[in-house]
Design a binder for this molecule. Structure first.
Ligand code: HMG
Ligand code: MG
Length: 325
């Protein structure tokens, strides 16, 4: 029978907030995560173990991880929390917290429950050399060698699931549209061979279009990469994210990233705006008869609240419509 379930990965607390200049209080971040969990979102990217000199906003990720383990949020579903880690230094900072709570989280071999959330580590590679230099201060090959160590250590030490982002797959702020889909397929294959459980294809700049999304996914299919190993991570800078989502859904992809209120932007992608709004994706999926498990009214309220907290416009068209705002 037709499986109409889609998995939404809420990246608001990480991608959504990482670029904000004002220091967002820890309590606000925790309230955001708790409210998202309650709304039915079961996978939430909660922080990032990167250099605080590069991304100061993510500096309290250790506190967030610790809080989530000590006080797992109430939720209708078992939860999984994801944290970025670009190198062993970042991973070991996460491990410091895990070592204090060795039985507080589920692992790949024991699935998440309501009492014990799952944890996931995310590495992030680039499809172009110039974006790799700007985002990671190293070339692609060097970054992949580091990710191999991170993936191995995450699995060997704590049996954690690992997501691997691949950024700028549909357009690069420095190299334009000239991103080779065969190179994307090659890097993605390498990351899967290292043990990554999922490739999240990042349209970092929002330059993706429907035909180029289709071309990319066809290229990955031809390279033998399975749809179930792919997630789409669309930024909505040019307003094409939902169209591209439709193309990917039609192609057979069932995992989509989104950010409540359309929050977000990448510090190393000038001018890029937020991810496609969670509210917009939930509504869109519902119109297609797809199941997200997410309460639309609840995420609309969260989007309105968090954008107000950080002094931004609510970028979700659906959110504003639902609220009559
Ligand atoms: P580097 O300067 O080359 O690193 O940065 P380094 O190894 O030479 O170390 C320099 C200093 O940073 C040292 O400290 C290290 O200890 C420290 P010092 O001795 O000077 O006091 N350091 C760290 N501290 C904390 N956590 C760490 C860490 N690593 C080193 N993990 C590095 C290299 C990768 C660290 C840096 O470039 C970095 O942090 N980059 C992250 C950039 C970032 O977070 N970008 C946004 C996330 S990616 C994104 O948004 C795209 C995505 O959404 C998908 C999409 O949209 O496409 C995922
Ligand atoms: Mg992003």
């Amino acid at each position: 029978s037709f499986d109409n379930r889609v998995k939404l990965v809420e990246v608001g607390p990480r991608d959504g907030l990482q670029n904000e200049k004002m220091a967002i209080p820890l309590a606000t971040k925790l309230e955001l995560i708790e409210r998202l969990a309650k709304s039915g979102l079961s996978t939430i990217e909660a922080g990032s173990f990167v250099s605080p000199k590069w991304v100061p906003q993510m500096d309290n990720s250790s506190d967030i991880l610790q809080h989530l383990l000590e006080h797992p949020p109430a939720s209708p579903n078992p939860l999984t929390f994801s944290f970025l880690a670009p190198n062993l230094k970042g991973l070991n900072n996460a491990f410091t917290i895990l070592a204090q709570h060795p039985t507080a989280f589920a692992t790949e071999t024991a699935p998440p429950t309501k009492e014990k959330p799952g944890l996931e580590i995310a590495v992030f590679a680039s499809a172009t050399e110039s974006f790799s230099q700007k985002n990671l201060n190293c070339d692609i090959a060097t970054s992949l060698a580091r990710f191999k160590e991170v993936i191995q250590s995450a699995k060997d030490t704590h049996s954690l699931r690992v997501r691997a982002y691949l950024s700028v797959v549909l357009g690069c702020p420095f190299e334009g549209y000239d991103v080779n889909p065969h190179r994307v397929a090659e890097i993605a294959t390498g990351l899967l061979e290292m043990g990554a459980d999922e490739i999240a294809l990042g349209d970092t700049t929002g330059m993706g279009t429907a035909p180029r999304t289709k071309e990319l996914l066809n290229c990955l299919r031809a390279a033998g990469i399975r749809n179930e190993d792919i997630a789409m991570h669309f930024h909505d800078t040019y307003g094409q994210a939902l169209v591209n989502t439709a193309v990917a859904l039609e192609h057979g992809i069932r995992t989509f990233d989104c950010s409540v209120g359309g929050l977000g932007g990448c510090p190393y992608s000038p001018g890029a705006t937020g991810n496609v709004a969670t509210e917009d994706v939930v509504y869109f999926m519902e119109t297609l008869g797809m199941e997200t498990g997410v309460d639309l009214d609840a995420v609309a309220d969260i989007g309105q609240w968090i954008t107000g907290e950080i002094g931004k416009e609510n970028a979700s068209t659906v959110g504003r419509a639902v609220l009559g705002a």
